[in-house]
Design a protein around this ligand. Sequence first.
Ligand code: ADP
Ligand code: MG
Length: 978
Amino acid sequence: MPTVRRINEFDEQFKSLSDDELRAKTAAWAEEISKIPDLQEQWKKLDEILPEAFAVVKNAARRLKDRGHSFTVCDQPMVWDMVHFDVQLLGGIVLHRGRIAEMATGEGKTLVATLPLYLNALTGRGAHLVTVNDYLARRDAEWMGQLYSFLGLTVGCIQHDQEPDVRREQYAMDITYGTNSEFGFDYLRDNGMATTREQQVQRGYCYAIVDEVDSILIDEARTPLIISGPATISTHQYDKWKPLIEQLVRKQNMLCNRVASEAIEKFEQGDVETGGRLMFKVKLGQPRNKQLLRMMEDPDKRRAIDKAELSFYQDTRKEELFALKEELFFTIDEKSNESDLSEQGRSFLNPDDPNAFVLPDLINEFTEIDLDETLSPEEKDKKKAERQQHCDTQAERIHNISQLLRAYCLFEKDVQYVIEDNKVVIVDEFTGRKMPGRRWSDGLHQAVEAKEGVQIDRETQTLATITIQNYFRLYQKLAGMTGTAETEAAEFHDIYKLDVNMIPTNRPVRRADANDRIYKTRREKYNAVIKEIKEAHAKSQPVLVGTVSVEASELLSRMLKREKIPHNVLNAKFHMQEAEIVARAGQPGTVTISTNMAGRGTDIKLGPGVTELGGLMVVGTERHEARRIDRQLRGRCARQGDPGASRFYVSFEDDLMRNFGAADRMTKIMERFGLEEGQELEHRWLNKSVETAQKRVEQRNYLIRKRTLDFDDVMNMQREVVYTWRNEVIDAEEPRTHIYEVIDEAVPARVKEYFDGEEPNYTGLIHWVNTTFPLGLTKEKAQFETRNAEENTQFLLEKVKNAYERKSSHEEPTAVKGLERYIILNAIDRLWQEHLYAMDALREGVYLRGYAQKDPLIEYKTEAYDMFVELMANIKNEVLNNLFRSTSNLQAFENFLATLPQFLLREEGPTAPTATADARIRHPVGAMAAVGGDGDGDGAGEVSIDLPIRRSLPKVGRNEPCPCGSGKKYKNCCGRTA
Ligand code: ADP
Ligand code: MG
């Protein structure tokens, strides 16, 4: 470790410096680096000075410690007592290199981050530290801030309730602490909503360190950040289907109960095979059926059911399986989260037309249409469009119903979600924390809202969205730290290009991890857990009990109350209180129950005498789906060389075991040992089979996240294009260049359309020109026939630009700039939001198309691309349309109108612009003025202009019924080539 040695040598040398001399190094380096223009070169410089710079930080830490520096953190008095250990220096180097440092809990990662943050802040481009909650952001900023301010750097901290002005100040600091969602939402607001530079708060994405990186980049990454606003369109039918689905679920449950009773009889008569077959049917129809869960405890029955399942999934029995499914109303697969209606179910929902829930076979239908010789090409297109439309409607209905079925059969209140203030709030399955503001996608959230009878949030629509992954990919350099990254190293590498480096602990680890104890039922398992807690508690050893759900925490708490054992339950509601409870969890005699310790960010120090008792005892009450989360829990004890012990309790009823356990193998074991009530299994290789199950789930979850990301990548590229354009417009000194760019691209494209047919469509062209620009062109004046497409384009470009110059010359120059920005931003924002909506729909749609043996991702990419091309063209056209319909100043507009030949206006002149909150800018007026292109007025009386009626209609959403009354969606009718 030559670098560590060099750091320590510098640290030795710096001891003789005065405070001011030490501090002066910061400014000197910052000055020097600011002269290097290129970021890569700046980074090279940072690499060079790393040993010295780290030494400065370490030296400063020692000074604070030596003089017993006292301060307050989150209103609590504190004294500085830390100087970086060598392993912490090592961690700092790894973070500076843009990697993940895996350092165990209690190794002092908070302090480690000060080294690379100091170093990277010297570029003056801002260094971000991302934490898991607001409390930790504030705590760490205030705590580590002692070092930064000593060294002359500024530090800020983003909190949920801050106003934009405050946020901007915090981002302007050298170093900024905050949570991933605050950073992410600020990004969305800055890039998707702000319309001026002044409204933006962030200043770039140079370097970030993500604390508890697994928690943030893996666990939290499954629900994207979404900013939503009032929706213009709503198509869901959850309300409509809810009563029927409720009945259907009830019927199914009754049916399954009946089948289960029948199975019991069969088992009693010794007909194990039929019994197993019947119970497998129950499993298909009601995976959480009570009888079923009970039978899974019994090795014979369990084996019979597993056997039935295995044999049905053989290829040769496909038809039989299908027939079995048809005996139910629907089937639901807990593992894959999928649901499917049977014939019976379909006729129950719609007795008159059970086919209302069958997706038509489009490919076949299209082929038939193509082969039909009696149809003209236009008729074929029309027919295909009709079939497509029909298919879309069916797909939407099926989707609604399938989401409702999932909501009823797989989602339980107080497990996956809670109801608060009449809202469905997601409970994070990993941390047990509520995640207000997050929503399940794909209509599932609305389905659960319908189920719970709370207000269905149909009123919202996505205005801006980004996945956490893609937010962090914005950073030029990203680093992370956590106690548990190793098991997910492949994912970090593939998705974030982050490599994991394991940092040794400061002192040898003395933790004793015991083998799992395995029970038949949950009840037996919990009894054993309580027994273990009681024993430890009797000798005052502190115990930390980890659960995987809020429900389990509450159950254990009730059991402990009965035993009169005082304890704390972490409810994940109040982060600060929670941190205090965690901090006290190592005191003698303390019992603490917590769902999932991942990302809690507070370490547990042992109280007096606890070391002699064996340190903190960690009891896991269930193996989590991810091994990482179990490691987090274990890692809470035996920090910094303390003693400690951990053990997990598992039952065959646990979700993990039911769904992914090596069911067959487990059943054999149970038989061999003939487990009695309350008996347990414990063996090294049993841990292995549990871990195999975990690995299987991890793999599956990784694939799901990867797939989500593959889809989001498409959006991400589009978002980048649109946000970059927006920012260029916002920043432009001369927004007119952007206006002209649009004119230069859109006009030729339109002209080309009119020249593309067999015969050039001169009338169409003249019509378009006159409804878009106030040129008052006549056939005679235009003389389109005398030029080819290219020449006509040039001719029109010149005329349009001339007219535009003339219009703006009547206005105030600075106001014009504002107006020009507004015209573009307004067009981008309005159409982009519509596009987001359409993309959502597309995403739902392609999944259904997946049934038609196509890869949804490829379908999605192709269509998304087409839609994006269309979007960009639409934005440009909208800009053209609004160029002459907007004014910064009513008086100026009237002056401009006065110059126009009045008789050219067929409808009434422009209506008074509506005043907006932003008085600087007026909204586009409803009608457009026309002016003879060169202003010579010779066109008097020659031409009448069609005013752009379409634009003055209320805006129609793509999925709304077409205003023409055809009954089709707008996008499939008049809105087809908007
Ligand atoms: P982690 O995030 O790695 O779990 P923390 O940053 O929360 O750990 O630090 C755990 C505890 O270790 C804190 O109470 C901190 O004061 C202490 N600590 C960290 N580094 C040092 C050090 N170099 N010397 C003394 N105490 C330290
Ligand atoms: Mg920490």
